[in-house]
Write a protein that binds this ligand. Structure first.
Ligand SMILES: O=c1[nH]cnc2c1ncn2[C@@H]1O[C@H](CO)[C@@H](O)[C@H]1O
Ligand SMILES: [Zn+2]
Length: 340
């Protein structure tokens, strides 16, 4: 596969964190405007914001959000951040993206959850106007937050249903906060008919994937540990539970040790729908094009398989059927010259 072709192909991305995906120079501007210190030197800035090659764990990975969150405490900063992400993904012809973030991490200076969400949606919609990239937001509860806080996030998703928020998620430290702890929040989300995707199986535990599905998730973020549980693997194939894979991030957090151990082909052969994502463009130092090319290199992936993965993404997207139909058609037209 060739970079210039891969870059231009239409793409769908379902697992991308806003706070982990803002361009360093945009973060620097936000910092300057707010009188917050960030390095001037682009190399030093990148080092601060991107995980090192020898990152050992998810918890180490998550420390890279520490310098970002203080910058995302005003409506204008959130709007700029959301617009910045759409500007980036437009460059690689992402046609639809679900942008996730934790609104409760942007309330340090007094913004309400509603204000946070409104500001992000404004940036997304400006991005759509300018670059023609359709998007929806997903609201993340944080695993280390109280149940009340996370229920409030689900309630906010409910308030913004069909107004730009398409679903909820749980992010953060999976190993210490398994899905069972969030039963109350997820029950509420289900009662309110909010689509659910959950980070699970990023820390070696297939049980968390099983529990996440039991609690209402129709998609799983990462899901790497599914490879250790053949019975659950068949269940996911049968129920078409979409796995949102993020190869670079999975190697960085040590969810997978080596590219040759990546369960990509295992999932594909088992008939489990999978799609490819960046997770965090800045923290992981990647783009969707980079992720596709890596898979091409590791597994000899071709354009036809890329198209298939994008159709899977559309099938699992939190969209209306007629919106999905349009995206499927765009994919067929875009890949047509490169398949067969
Ligand atoms: O791969 C991941 N696994 C778990 N949590 C994550 C991952 N990437 C980002 N976040 C967490 O999600 C929050 C909201 O976007 C981020 O602040 C980060 O703490
Ligand atoms: Zn994630």
């Amino acid at each position: 596969m060739q970079r210039n072709i891969v870059e231009k192909l239409p793409k769908v991305e379902l697992h991308c964190h806003l706070d982990g995906s803002i361009q360093p120079h945009t973060l620097k501007k936000l910092a300057d405007a707010q009188g917050i210190d960030l390095p001037d030197d682009p190399k030093k800035l990148k080092k601060l914001l991107t995980v090192p090659k020898d990152c050992q764990s998810l918890l180490e990975y998550l420390t890279k959000f520490d310098p970002v969150l203080p910058l995302l405490q005003t409506e204008s900063a959130l709007e700029i951040a959301a617009f910045d992400l759409i500007e980036q993904v437009a460059r690689e012809n992402v046609r639809y993206i679900e942008v996730r973030f934790a609104p409760s991490l942007s309330t340090r200076k007094g913004l309400t959850l509603t204000q946070v969400v409104q500001a992000v949606l404004k940036g997304l919609s400006e991005g759509e106007k300018q670059f023609g990239v359709k998007s929806n937001a997903l609201l993340c509860g944080m695993r280390h937050h109280t149940i009340e806080k996370n229920v409030a996030v689900a309630k906010t998703a409910h308030d913004f249903a069909e107004k730009g928020v398409a679903g909820v998620d749980l992010a953060g430290d999976e190993a210490h906060y398994p899905p069972e702890l969030f039963e109350e929040m997820l029950k509420k989300a289900s009662e309110w008919h909010i689509p659910i995707t959950l980070h699970a199986g990023e820390c070696g535990c297939a049980h968390n994937i099983r529990e996440s599905i039991r609690l209402g998730a129709t998609r799983i973020g990462h899901g790497i540990a599914l490879e250790n549980d053949p019975e659950l693997l068949s269940k996911c194939a049968k129920e078409q539970i979409l796995l949102e894979l993020c190869p670079t991030s999975n190697l960085q957090t040590k969810a997978v040790k080596h590219p040759e151990d990546y369960p990509f082909l295992t999932f594909l052969k088992a008939g489990v729908p999978i799609c490819i994502n960046t997770d965090n463009r800045t923290v992981s130092g990647t783009t969707l094009t980079d992720e596709y090319l890596k898979l091409g290199e590791w597994y000899g992936l071709n354009y036809a398989t890329l198209e298939q993965l994008n159709h899977y993404a559309v099938d699992g997207a939190f969209l209306l059927e007629r919106e999905k139909e349009l995206l499927h058609r765009e994919l067929v037209a875009g890949y047509e010259p490169f398949v067969n």
